[in-house]
Design a protein around this ligand. Structure first.
Ligand code: ZN
Length: 136
């Protein structure tokens, strides 16, 4: 059901500033920056082969990512797996004991559906599932 690691998200205070390490030190390229509606975050995408690093900057101090940084500092925020069908995956993992943050999929960046699994049931790793929708 899981196809690959879609991205690893890193919580940062400033996308452009954080991207400097990836560009100047690692020699990677920032592929683009997008503000994700409804999630109050600004995301910088750094493609690496078939997957990518996402630098996630909170735009609202009350958002989950802002609270994460406040509590734990900047660092890895979540891992995202690509699946064929987020709705089915959420249902299956729930049956297998996962505690869901999203009972149903919601809209993510880049024309995708996403759903989150609570770190309480994953060994401390906030886990995201994503499904890429066809461009219409
Ligand atoms: Zn993500």
């Amino acid at each position: 059901m899981i196809k690959k690691i879609d991205h690893i998200a890193v919580a940062v205070k400033d996308v452009e500033k954080a991207a400097e390490f990836y560009e100047k030190v690692l020699g990677l390229e920032l592929g683009g920056i997008e503000e994700v509606e409804g999630m109050d975050v600004k995301v910088g995408f750094i493609p690496i082969g078939d997957t990518r690093i996402e630098l996630v900057q909170p735009l609202d101090p009350k958002s989950g990512v802002a609270k994460f940084i406040e509590k734990r500092g900047e660092g890895i925020h979540h891992i995202c797996y690509e699946v064929d069908n987020v709705k089915e995956a959420l249902e299956t993992y729930k049956e297998r004991g996962a505690i869901l943050i999203d009972e149903t999929p919601r809209k993510g960046a880049h024309n995708s559906l996403v759903g989150f699994i609570h770190p309480k049931s994953t060994g401390g790793v906030l886990t995201e599932l994503t499904e890429h929708l066809e461009e219409s």
